[in-house]
Ligand binder design. Structure first.
Ligand code: CO
Length: 147
C-alpha cells in the first residue's frame, strides 16, 4: 500500500447551488466545475478546485454531494446534519486492486465492490468504524493527473 495524494474531501449538502455560492463568495474559489448527476450512486456532485502546488493541474478538491430523490444514505446523513458537512475523505493510490487487498488483509471492511467514481476512475469505500471514524474513499490516481 502506497498512500497517494489527498484527492478530495466529500461534503454533503442539501443544496449544491447554495454551496457553490458559499465556496465562490465566502471562500473565494475561482474554479468550480459543472455539477452532474451520478444516478447509479443516487447523487449529484460538483467539484470545487483548490490551487495546486508545483505545477499540478489543481490541488485537493471539495466534492459537493447532494442526494438525488430516493437516495437513502446521504439523505440520512443530512437528517443528522441538516446544514450538510464533511462526509468522507478520498486518497489516491497507484493500484486500486492492491489497495483493496491491503485493507481487507488488515480486517478493514470494504463497502461494496470496486466501482467507477466521480472522476471516472475506480474507487472503493472503507467503513468509518475501521478508519478511526472517517468514511474513507480510495481512488486510483487518474492517468496524467499530476504531471
Ligand atoms: Co468522493
Amino acid at each position: 500500500m502506497k498512500l497517494g495524494r489527498l484527492n478530495h474531501i466529500g461534503v454533503a449538502t442539501p443544496s449544491i447551488a447554495d454551496s457553490i455560492a458559499f465556496y465562490r463568495d465566502v471562500m473565494g474559489a475561482t474554479k468550480i466545475h459543472a455539477s452532474f448527476d451520478m444516478p447509479e450512486q443516487g447523487v449529484k456532485v460538483c467539484f470545487v478546485d483548490t490551487p495546486g502546488a508545483d505545477g499540478a493541474m489543481h490541488g485537493t478538491q471539495i466534492e459537493l454531494i447532494e442526494p438525488l430523490p430516493g437516495n437513502a444514505s446521504i439523505a440520512a446523513f443530512l437528517e443528522r446534519n441538516p446544514q450538510g458537512g464533511q462526509h468522507h475523505v478520498c486518497y489516491e493510490v497507484p493500484d486500486i486492486h492492491a489497495a483493496k487487498a491491503w485493507f481487507e488483509g488488515q480486517g478493514k471492511r470494504v463497502l461494496g465492490e470496486i466501482r467507477t467514481g466521480a472522476h471516472g476512475t475506480p474507487i472503493f469505500f472503507v467503513h468509518p468504524k475501521d478508519m478511526l471514524g472517517i468514511l474513507t474513499e480510495i481512488m486510483e490516481t487518474p492517468e496524467g493527473a499530476h504531471a
